[in-house]
Design a protein around this ligand. Sequence first.
Ligand SMILES: [Fe+2]
Ligand SMILES: [Fe+2]
Length: 173
Amino acid sequence: METKSHLKIFLLCSSLLEERVARAYEHVARLIDNDIVKCLFEFIAHDSFKHARCFELMARALSQETSAYPEDCVKVWGESWLAVVEDAERMLKKHEISLADLSSLVDSLHAIEGFVAEEYLSTLHAKLVDAMLSKGGMDVERFRVMLNWIVEDEDRHRKVLEMVKEMLSKLSR
Ligand SMILES: [Fe+2]
Ligand SMILES: [Fe+2]
């Protein structure tokens, strides 16, 4: 696959994944009755919607044709892309959530955040650098900087979830 179109599909699939994850956080936030935990989930949801939008617009800046199919996403991101999307979809189906449920949910979200940050980092170092070398252009350099900021957000998401986990363990005592 040509580097630039490979990059575009990676960005589009990242946008799809972020949007799904954002909706899952937003949905879970609605089910939580502790206001601070609710606020922390909304905090991550807003960041994730922001990431989804940025990835979509970056992809559009590379080319007008902006559709990606789940099969393409699995090719570019690996099977884990589908696993994350399916996890997010399972969360969206929940109608209520117990403290114990929430605690194990936070563990799986923590793993997702770590995986996503790693994927963004490896892409940053491989695909983006390739694209920069082969195509040049300031846009790709800017994308690299923006991806770095997104990785920083993902690190913060893990810290937020660690705070939630600590709060939950106190609430359950
Ligand atoms: Fe994100
Ligand atoms: Fe995140």
